[in-house]
Design a protein around this ligand. Structure first.
Ligand code: S3P
Length: 426
């Protein structure tokens, strides 16, 4: 499908965004292996979250969904049941990787697959540490790609040094660690999102994070059911924040967003570029900070983004590339080679598409260099079948005279159902 995006003089309003996709997927998996009844409030209709829900139901989890409320009757660490078909994680690497950690330790075997894009993303990042724990996980085609065949085994605890910061790999190891004898420890050089650690702690696991090291003390302990409230996804809010700062005469307020520091690197970078952004009404919900975010039209300057900052804004690099086109001077993004392994090669995709609009952008091995302030022109973009590329290009289209067309559109629902209702209204 081709989507027409109209340019817009300004971008203002008060919005809420769907619940956090990362937290929602963890909530459905962890509640299903806890003991007792958990309620999850604010579960989003994002396709990735529905994939997680479907996988857990296929594994016998007792989940009642009533709109955005889930009631999950957890059956304990070993209460899941063998599924005779192939579990389908759809587009969601988070579902595939986190669930692989749990499935590795079950008393049954499983096969987990995904959509065309997920089957092209290497699973070696999880196969390596899970195998060290004694898991029997292998790629059906033998090349490290899903479908994954997982034969349930008794696992042993390990201390794992992650070669690159990855919340999905860290989470897979910690979830497997729930079943292993002894303490499981994961070390990372730069902090990736820590929702798994926070949620496991709130479900009663003995877990500690200190100086780049997460330790899950004692596997085999039961998790206790609890209620989980899911607030807005910062990664979705990022598109609305970006829209406000690059348009003139604009101001947005996004109510009730999770603003965990391991997720909001984009805010720090934007502020450094001169963006006017405030967090208001902050409070904690089960260890996760929540706030309303207010962002306004801003005069922006280029900046340098270092490798250390990348994990906390891993999903916001495509929209940062768009924002950088409207900043005076040069923006240099380094240490972001992980972006080449996402739903598409996001460095190559953004460089290719932004050039079509006349942007001065250069792709490096591990990042992008953008010379901002160039006059941009209307173009026909391609999404590369990637929701974040699609939404970033849509925001760009609202700021180019004559707007833009987006071919291969229709992926925004993977993470942000309702995105186009907001953009079309603007
Ligand atoms: C996610 C972690 C990130 C991110 C992805 C969601 C998660 O990947 O890109 O969209 O929910 O754990 P990494 O494993 O590279 O940190």
């Amino acid at each position: 499908m081709t989507k027409k995006i109209n340019d817009s003089y300004s971008f203002s309003g008060a919005y809420s965004v769907p619940g956090d996709k990362s937290v929602a997927q963890r909530a459905v998996i962890i509640s299903s292996i806890a003991e007792g009844v958990s309620t999850v409030l604010g579960f989003p209709e994002a396709l990735d979250c529905l994939s997680a829900l479907e996988c857990m139901r296929n594994l016998g989890a007792d989940i009642i969904k009533n709109g955005s409320e889930l009631v999950i009757n957890g059956s304990g660490l070993y209460g899941l049941k063998q599924y005779d078909g192939r579990l389908n994680a759809g587009n969601s690497a988070t579902t595939m990787r986190l669930l692989s950690g749990v499935l590795s330790a079950q008393r049954f075997d499983s096969v987990i697959t995904g959509d065309e894009s997920l089957l092209k993303r290497s699973a070696n990042g999880i196969i390596k540490p899970l195998s060290q724990m004694g898991a029997d996980v292998c790629s059906e085609t033998g090349d490290g790609f899903a479908p994954l065949i997982i034969k349930g085994r008794a696992l042993k605890a390990i201390a794992y040094d992650m070669p690159v910061a990855s919340a999905q790999v860290k989470s897979a190891v910690l979830l497997a660690g729930l079943y292993a004898e002894g303490s499981t420890c994961v070390r990372e050089s730069f902090a990736s999102r820590n929702h798994t650690e926070i949620m496991l702690g709130s479900f009663g696991a003995q877990i500690e994070s200190k100086r780049g090291r997460v330790t899950l003390y004692r596997g085999g302990c039961a998790l206790r059911a609890k209620n989980v409230a899911i607030y807005g996804d910062f990664s979705s809010a990022a598109y609305l924040i970006a829209s406000a700062v690059i348009h003139n005469n604009s101001s947005v307020r996004i109510n009730g967003v999770f603003v965990n520091k391991t997720r909001t690197g984009f805010l720090n970078v934007l502020r450094r570029m001169g963006a006017k952004i405030r967090l208001m009404r902050m409070f904690l919900s089960d260890g996760e900070p929540v706030a309303d975010i207010v962002a306004e039209s801003s005069g922006l300057f280029g900046t340098e983004v270092s490798a250390r900052e990348i994990p906390s804004m891993i999903d916001e690099i495509p929209i940062l590339a768009v924002v950088s086109c409207f900043a005076k001077g040069r923006t240099v993004i380094k240490g972001a080679s992980e972006l080449r392994k996402k739903e598409c090669d996001r460095l190559a995709a953004m460089a290719c598409e932004l050039k079509k609009a006349g942007a001065d952008i250069e792709e490096t091995d591990d990042g992008l260099i953008i010379e901002g302030g160039k006059k941009l022109k209307s173009a026909v973009f391609d999404t590369h079948k990637d929701h974040r590329v699609e939404m970033s290009l849509s925001v760009l289209g609202t700021r180019i005279p004559g707007g833009c067309e987006i071919e291969n559109a229709g992926y925004a629902d993977v993470s942000f159902p309702g995105f186009y209702d907001i953009i079309d209204r603007a």
